[in-house]
Design a protein around this ligand. Structure first.
Ligand SMILES: *Cc1c(COP(=O)(O)O)cnc(C)c1O
Length: 361
């Protein structure tokens, strides 16, 4: 080990593995919940025209006011709520954890859930408590309430719909969790566009609720823009921890342009939702494949016992990259996650999955 690493890098960080992103070149990429559709050419031309106005020699507007106003309008953020923007919602999770860490503060979250919660808790120096979901991936409300009572978490993260399972938790359970929490509850609505359910309208009822969104899954993953809405006093404290100018001028201008033309993104997400239903139905008809119902732009499925790695590699050999989640065993043993792509990509995936599954029996 290089001189000083062992002495100065904490064991908690040395034990982490960096968030790994596999090389997808030459493959059909269905591993990262991206929207597969580009913009129509006339829209691209108009977008490029707006970029001409951007001044790269100047720092960005630190509060991204124009963009924030457009986001409020398009996302229906309640007037009483304040807004904080992040370089992706990952950065917002980090900002929340850094603001609340210290002492022996705890983060609670249902598991399996979004892997960055645990990772960020670890490097921000928070204690992390994962509460297992029930069979079928619904919330275990008594276990959640018990963990909240016992650990008095500074923050509870709940993805709604959940990643990697794809389901929406029962809204009544979430209300009970918000009401029982001494700390803040962050509802991570990264997949809102595919779900048709949200807590955004409930923000004024709950001063300890924050609603997080991202433009990534909507079709702008390359821009890196996350949105956090909630009580102005909470947002004011979090804003102190945000680095200045965290949203660059190209992102501010491009995101604003995209949101002003959100009908294009809306049409794309509607199409993805419709395709999701077809893909789920076809997957469910393949012998040996168990599909978990999804309200997101991906589908979690399980293959035969001990078959997960073989199916993943078989798909890869046929040029299709999805996500293999079974590595740790447990609740996700032999589970894989596929993102809904274009019709052609979905077809290629389904054909390959049929072949790989048939070869296993
Ligand atoms: C993808 C994802 C994010 C991260 O989104 P970015 O805005 O791209 O950083 C956050 N939460 C969940 C649940 C996600 O699936």
């Amino acid at each position: 080990m290089a001189r000083g690493v062992e002495q100065w890098v904490s064991p908690a960080i040395r034990e982490l593995s960096a968030y790994s992103v596999p090389d997808a070149s030459g493959l059909i990429k269905l591993d990262a919940m991206e929207n597969p559709y580009p913009w129509p050419e006339p829209l691209v031309e108009r977008w490029l025209a707006t970029l001409r106005e951007v001044r790269l020699n100047r720092y960005p507007d630190p509060a991204a006011r124009r963009l924030a106003d457009t986001l409020r309008r398009v996302m229906g953020i309640p007037e009483a709520a304040a807004v904080l923007l992040g370089n992706g919602s990952d950065e917002l999770i980090q900002t929340i954890a850094l603001t609340l860490s210290g002492g022996s503060r705890t983060m609670v979250t249902p598991e399996p859930g979004f892997v960055m919660y645990r990772m960020i808790a670890t490097f921000a120096g928070m204690k992390y408590v994962g509460v297992p979901l029930r069979e079928g991936f619904s919330l275990d409300l008594p276990a959640m309430l018990d963990a909240i009572e016992r650990h008095q978490p500074a923050v509870t993260f709940i993805a709604y719909p959940n990643n990697p399972t794809g389901n929406l938790f029962d809204a009544r359970h979430i209300r009970r969790i918000i009401e029982a929490s001494p700390g803040v509850v962050v509802l991570d609505e990264a997949y809102h566009a595919f779900a048709g359910a949200s807590f955004m309208d409930h923000l004024p009822e709950y001063p300890n609720l924050l609603v997080m969104r991202t433009l990534s899954k909507l079709g702008l993953a390359g821009l890196r823009l996350g949105i956090l809405a909630g009580d102005p006093e909470w947002i004011r404290e979090l804003d102190k921890v945000r680095l200045p100018y965290n949203i660059n001028v190209l992102t501010q201008s491009s995101a604003e342009f995209a949101l002003r033309n959100h009908e294009v993104l809306d049409a794309q997400t509607a199409r993805i939702r419709a395709d999701r239903e077809r893909v789920q139905a076809e997957m469910g008809a393949i012998p040996g494949v168990t599909v978990f119902p999804s309200q997101a732009n991906f589908v979690l499925f399980r293959v035969g016992r001990g078959e997960g790695d073989r199916v993943f590699r078989g798909l890869l050999e046929q040029g299709i990259l999805i996500k293999n989640l079974g590595g740790g065993g447990g609740a996700l043993r032999d589970c894989l996650r596929v993102t809904i792509g274009t019709e052609r990509e979905n077809r290629a995936f389904l054909d390959a999955l049929r072949r790989v599954c048939a070869a296993g029996v």
